[in-house]
Design a binder for this molecule. Structure first.
Ligand code: FMN
Length: 202
């Protein structure tokens, strides 16, 4: 396979300095989605992975509202920001990730967003295993989502996730085509400190 062909799938733009499973490098957030349905069984698998995420006191505060039918997807597009609807309207599945802000005892749950994020991470990685791509979006109007989807007050709308099979880059507008490439990360040395904030590892 040519290097350029492979790069479209994110194989060459990402390198890890330490040996890790390639799944971490191969997960990225493209914007082009193929017009291909995601089978229910495949959907169950990715949400099964999300289900097994750890959470504070095992409260599992995450909930997902799915939009798969043309009607439900049209409703979702009403609360997603235009910069995102410009590409995510082709995604066969849109999922709104919610987190319950209260524990089962009705007390504030400090880790609700953190736990929901862990669940999304599990889902995103399982999508790679299932041959799917994901793209999370914070660019949506939570109040509008709450109203349109009857979301109770104790749940926070965290993120909308586009899920599907990757489409051709050429199907995107030119501006999005330029961005349809896996990005990279800052150096590990800038992320992990030892002893106190800012001190490098010895
Ligand atoms: C919480 C969150 C919100 C995001 N919001 C948007 C968004 O509104 N629009 C968008 O195009 N990408 C969005 N992204 C995608 C990020 O820009 C992307 O994950 C990041 O640049 C890393 O790239 P990668 O996912 O390809 O590795 C979001 C990602 C996360 C996790």
């Amino acid at each position: 396979m040519e290097r350029s062909e492979k790069s479209a799938w994110g194989q060459f733009h990402r390198e890890s300095k330490h040996a890790i499973d390639p799944i971490y490098l191969n997960r990225w957030s493209p914007r082009s989605f193929a017009e291909k349905t995601v089978e229910a069984e495949v959907l169950y698998r990715i949400f099964e992975a999300a289900r097994w995420a750890p959470s504070g006191s095992n409260e599992q505060p995450w909930r997902y509202i799915l939009a798969r039918t043309p009607e439900d997807r049209a409703t979702f597009l009403k609360f997603i920001m235009p910069g995102n609807t410009a590409w995510c309207d082709k995604a066969p599945v849109l999922a709104l990730l919610l987190s319950r802000k209260l524990s089962s005892r009705g007390e504030p749950l400090r880790s609700h967003s953190f736990d929901a994020g862990t669940s999304w991470g599990y889902l995103a990685l399982e999508c790679v295993r299932q041959g799917l791509v994901t793209h999370a979006m914070g660019g949506f109007y939570p109040d509008k989502a709450r109203e349109l989807l009857n979301i109770p007050e104790e749940y926070e709308a965290e993120v909308v996730i586009a899920i599907g099979y990757q489409g051709e880059k050429e199907a995107l507008s030119e501006a999005f085509q330029e961005r349809e490439i896996p990005n990279t990360r800052r150096e590990l040395e800038e992320t992990i400190f030892e002893g106190k904030f800012g001190d490098s590892l010895s």
